[in-house]
Design a protein around this ligand. Structure first.
Ligand code: FES
Ligand code: FES
Length: 744
């Protein structure tokens, strides 16, 4: 069968302006394109890896089947420009500026004191803006969920969230006022007001109203394009990678047959990180984002079949809808998935990361795979040879060769069965933060009982974050036939401790903590199931104390609380007198419009060079030789700079600019490559050859540092009062050493 016609023309819109690129480079991401190619520097480069939200933009797409336009936020640093064919991108510059008109979101975040250094502000603005395009009167929960992927290092989240809440119905300017009413409006007369303390930080009445009719419209040309040329195979050839985006399933399967080792990319949230930070490159990348079959949802009496191309946000919305309509006993797996889908990564990532990508990447910390694994889910795969169903079980998740997809196969959809009446599914995760952080340990657990009894007929437990893959607590199968009671719990705990073991030197450290989490999740599962069994059959199960039941409560996603109060100014005080009044940050509006210029936003000067540094891979070593000849011969490289090139003082040993003769930590700068672009400088750093000879002592842990008395400063004691006396009269004394939080 011959493939559909090819095109190398990439067409998308940025802030209402059409962009046409021929043979766009698949390795160029949208953030680089915005900042360095078309000089829209309002979108900021923070982490470069989808973690901070500084680069948030809104992407809009038209679906020719549903005839609907969708708007979603995305992290521009992870969006390959090749994936944007047919999309409209809106950046912070596109919604308002001081030269034209500032947008209400920009105005409110500035006047609501939501900016300090202003670096995160454009990303915050675009997340809130996208939320308002979909929900003009958002709830607090929606705001909190939306901003979960945006980090601010200096303002604090309360004023940012408050600014967004000014669009919600019933919001007010005094967050601590119980009635959500400003203290000034509570009927105080003038003398009382003179001495009153106020928390009102802005005049809401001064804000422009939100007027959705003033927003940029989706370009009609992109709608026509989506309707007229759905089958074209888009092919973009870059320096190292070719991007192929077929329009039909047949073309996709043929391409996968032709290039079996080519990865499939939709959201680029996994592969993109490897390409960016580990310099992994692929000669061919196949993008199945236009294959309609990958977005089909089928709902039957048996369960849901979800297209593998659906984003995690779409999956969440579909599951929420089903859960709201079906009885709880039928939707145990869906509820467990929803619990994690609310906190997994940030909104910008969930909006683009695909269900299929999440499953196929089989990350050991995947939050969803342990739940799919215990939930008896199945993968529907296809190749030019036909279709096949593969169980999404522990063998698949462990990467057993016979249990995974063949290279030429493509994941089309995932079947997630409804739960049965005497079946219970739970999900657990513990992460450094509630949102936007990888889990330290997570788990999916399922148990089934003989009808109307508490006798176990099936039990399955999968843990993430424990090993190199998701691991199964297989020994728990021995508990089938036992009653769900404390004796069973004791045996289950013992089996899990023996089976799910972690070596002391396991990557990621925190071994004792992770082991404890694994057991603590089991305990929570036991209580959760017991609670549900008791509800169905009060006489067969033991009572559970209220104290124990508390461990089942999840931490709610709450509003950050706090207040700023100040003495209200005299009503006679002239308006131009700022003393005592909350004043907006002078650069607040420019932060919010992206017009404030940070160092990295300055235009490149003619002949400007870019530096990329080569750092030590050794904790303590002698530099035997440094050979930069290959790097110097690389395209665009102008020089390699070492300690010998520093005129004057290279700094003291521990603070030297470039390491000389010896390195004293991993990451110490040894030399730098100067080239005509940062990408070329970075690539050339890999060609600098350094030979090291290890030296003693090597200090990599806190224990090593203690042993060698290597301290940053003199020992510090924090004491107040008579410590000795206090210890003598204390009822209890707890002693111990604090373990290092992480062993790198
Ligand atoms: Fe941090 Fe993109 S720069 S998410
Ligand atoms: Fe948010 Fe500075 S990082 S204002």
């Amino acid at each position: 069968m011959s493939r559909s016609k090819e095109s190398d023309e990439l067409i998308f819109f940025v802030n209402g302006k059409k962009v046409i690129e021929r043979n766009a480079d698949p390795e160029v991401n949208l953030l680089f394109y915005l900042r360095k190619i078309i000089q829209l520097t309002g979108t900021k480069y923070g982490c470069g890896g989808g973690d901070c939200g500084a680069c948030t933009v809104m992407i809009s797409r038209y679906n020719p089947i549903s005839k609907k336009i969708s708007h979603f936020s995305a992290a521009a640093c992870l969006v390959p420009i090749c994936s944007l064919h047919g999309a409209a991108v809106t950046t912070v510059e596109g919604i308002g500026s001081t030269k034209t008109r500032i947008h209400p979101v920009q105005e409110r975040i500035a006047k609501g004191h939501g900016t300090q250094c202003g670096f995160c502000t454009p990303g915050m603005v675009m997340s809130i803006y996208t939320l308002l395009r979909n929900h003009p009167e958002p709830s607090t929960e929606q705001i909190m969920e939306t901003l979960g992927g945006n980090l601010c290092r200096c303002t604090g989240y309360r004023p940012i969230v408050e600014s967004a809440r000014s669009f919600s119905p019933n919001s007010a300017c005094c967050p601590m006022n119980e009635k959500w009413k400003c203290c000034l409006d509570e009927g105080k007369n003038e003398p009382e007001r003179k001495n009153s303390v106020c928390t009102k930080l802005y005049e809401k009445e001064e804000f422009q109203p939100l007027d959705p009719t003033q927003e940029l419209i989706f370009p009609p040309e992109l709608m026509r394009m989506a309707e007229d040329s759905p089958n074209t195979v888009l092919t973009f050839r870059g320096e190292r990678t070719t991007w192929i985006a077929p329009g039909t399933l047949n073309d996709l399967l043929e391409l996968k047959m032709e290039y079996p080792s080519a990865p499939l990319v939709i959201g680029n949230t996994c592969l993109g990180l490897d390409m960016k930070f580990k310099d992994v490159s692929y000669p061919i990348i196949i993008s199945p984002a236009r294959i309609l079959e990958l977005f089909v949802v089928t709902n039957t009496n048996e369960g849901l079949t979800l297209g593998a191309g659906l984003s995690l946000t779409q999956v969440k919305n579909i599951l929420s809808d089903v859960v709201s309509r079906l009885p709880k006993e039928r939707t145990q797996t869906y509820r467990a998935l929803l619990k994690h889908l609310r906190t997994l990564a940030g909104q910008q990532i969930r909006n683009v990361a695909s269900l299929g990508g999440h499953i196929i990447s089989r990350l050991p910390t995947s939050d969803l795979n342990p739940i799919f694994g215990v939930g008896n889910c199945k993968l529907n795969v296809a190749s030019t040879e036909g279709t096949q169903q593969i169980p999404l079980n522990d063998h698949f998740l462990a990467g057993v060769p016979e249990a995974i997809l063949k290279p030429e196969q493509v994941l089309i959809s995932v079947f997630v069965p409804l739960s049965r009446k005497w079946e219970f599914v739970s999900a657990f995760r513990q992460a450094p933060r509630q949102q936007n952080a990888f889990a330290i340990v997570n788990a999916g657990m399922r148990v089934a009982f003989k009808e109307d009894t508490n006798t176990i007929t099936d039990l399955s437990i999968l843990y993430g974050g424990i090993g190199a893959t998701v691991v199964s607590a297989k020994s728990c199968q021995q508990l089938i036939g036992r009653c769900w009671d404390e004796e069973m719990l004791d045996d289950a705990g013992r089996m899990i401790r023996e089976e799910v073991s972690l070596l002391t030197a396991a990557p990621g450290g925190m071994v004792e903590y992770r082991k404890t989490l694994a057991i603590s999740f089991l305990f929570k599962f036991y209580l959760d199931v017991l609670k549900q069994l008791k509800r169905r059959n009060p006489h067969r199960c033991p009572d559970i104390s209220q104290k124990l039941l508390q461990v089942l409560e999840d931490f709610p996603l709450t509003m950050p609380h706090g207040t700023q109060s100040f003495k209200d100014v005299d009503s006679q005080q002239p308006l131009q007198d700022p003393v005592g009044r909350p004043i907006m940050h002078q650069s607040g509006i420019k932060h919010a419009t992206g017009e404030a210029v940070f160092c990295d936003d300055m235009s490149v000067l003619a002949g400007e060079l870019f530096l990329a540094v080569v750092t030590s891979s050794k904790p303590h070593a002698r530099i035997i030789s440094l050979d930069a000849s290959e790097a110097l011969a690389s395209p665009g490289v102008v020089d390699v700079i070492t300690a010998q090139d520093v005129p004057g003082d290279n700094g003291r040993e521990e603070e030297s600019l470039y390491a000389q003769d010896e390195v004293i930590c991993v990451g110490q700068i040894v030399c730098a490559v100067a080239a005509d672009s940062y990408a070329r400088a970075k690539q050339a750093t890999k060609k600098v050859k350094i030979v090291y000879e290890d030296m003693e002592p090597m200090i990599v842990t806190v224990q090593d540092a203690l042993q060698h008395e290597s301290f940053i400063g003199p020992e510090k004691k924090l004491e107040q009062g008579n410590v000795q006396l206090a210890f003598q009269s204390a009822d209890q004394i707890l002693e111990g050493n604090r373990q290092p939080a992480m062993i790198l």
